[in-house]
Design a protein. Structure first.
Length: 364
């Protein structure tokens, strides 16, 4: 494996903040504008629409508790069928040629009407037009949630002939061995020297759990999250901006991985009691008096669901360098909260409200 497959964190170009307007992102950067629009669309699809689906079917939404905010502490085994899933890659430019052996891009899985009919014959796309694949086309918002239901991933990248960013491929399979990905990260961080199993199977199993934590997932991550972690690892070895969006049916979060050092996650929370009082104080401190733009619904007990954004950073145990106490560092947390805020609902122009739901895992 070449060095270009290793994790090479680069400065984060911009955080994913749906509360910001297009002007704040800069009209001169189409990639950031498209990333922001896509984030808002996927946030609505994976969290807001899923929440209302739970409600309409009379099912309780699986809100986490404040002590389970960090991914490593929120290990779950139950898949919630009302939760919409996401796996999508966004690339500023086109997929680097050396990665063609890992990302299966063929003419047979390009986003065309004929391929959609073949891969998803039950999907009603009688109104499909090729222009809908352009991320800035009004029809893209209707096309995207339909294709997200397909297996594997979607890929958006620069179109041909300077046509802007387009949804180019669907049903994108990522082909890489998990052991190879773990070995690359372990060597990069100094947890192994040459061979993956040089310290035994138990050590590799522990390192596998930390591999997923490194990318913002619980130790039992699989499927879409495993593919998302490997995609981010591979894309980080190339000097292009990218974003990997993933949401699963277990933890009900939307995670965004990119070329920067931070991991962004969105989830729904429902503070009660003292936590709710603290949120009211945080809203007042942020100059927000009316919370109608933030609450997804209202309830009789005064509590309400909110969209919560976490910015996670990697701890010293997850940084490259000399590793004198490998076993000890494998037991330490690899992620901590750098920033946390409650966001307005998608489409509402209100400021983010800084709010730390839990005080135990905040970076100093």
């Amino acid at each position: 494996m070449t060095d270009t497959s290793n994790i090479i964190p680069m400065p984060n170009a911009a955080p994913s903040d749906p509360s910001k307007t297009s002007d704040q992102w800069g009209q001169s950067d189409p990639y950031l504008l498209n990333r922001q629009k896509l984030t808002s669309q996927l946030l609505r699809h994976s969290l807001v629409d899923s929440f209302h689906r739970f409600n309409s079917d009379g099912k309780p939404y699986p809100f986490i508790t404040s002590d389970k905010v960090l991914p490593a502490l929120s290990q779950t085994w139950v898949e919630h069928r009302h939760q919409s899933t996401v796996l999508m890659f966004l690339i500023d430019g086109t997929l680097p040629r050396p990665l063609n052996k890992h990302f299966r891009l063929r003419s047979s899985n390009r986003v065309t009407w004929r391929n959609i009919q073949r891969l998803a014959p039950d999907l009603d796309l009688t109104d499909f037009k090729a222009a809908h694949c352009q991320l800035d086309d009004p029809g893209f918002g209707q096309l995207l949630p339909r294709l997200l239901a397909l297996d594997y991933a979607l890929l958006a990248q620069q179109g041909e002939d300077d046509s802007g960013m387009v949804l180019s491929h669907m049903h994108v399979k990522l082909e890489r061995l998990t052991d190879t990905a773990i070995k690359d990260l372990g060597r990069h961080l100094g947890y192994i020297e040459r061979r993956l199993f040089e310290r035994g199977e138990d050590y590799v199993e522990a390192l596998e759990g930390k591999f997923f934590e490194y990318f913002g997932f619980s130790a039992n991550a699989a499927g879409r999250k495993s593919a998302a972690a490997m995609a981010a690892q591979l894309l980080s070895g190339h000097s292009q901006r990218f974003a990997v969006f993933v949401a699963g049916q277990e933890d009900c979060r939307l995670t965004i991985l990119d070329e920067g050092a931070m991991i962004t996650q969105y989830l729904l929370i429902r503070p009660t009691g003292l936590d709710l009082e603290r949120f009211y104080l945080a809203a007042t401190a942020a100059g927000v008096q009316n919370l109608d733009h933030y609450a997804l619904t209202k309830s009789d007990d005064g509590a309400f669901p909110l969209i919560y954004r976490l910015q996670l950073e990697r701890t010293k145990a997850a940084q490259p360098g000399g590793r004198r106490h490998r076993d000890r560092d494998l037991l330490k947390p690899w992620l901590q909260i750098r920033d946390a805020a409650v966001l307005p609902r998608p489409g509402q122009k209100s400021p983010a409200i800084p709010y730390y739901w839990t005080e135990d895992t905040i970076a100093e």
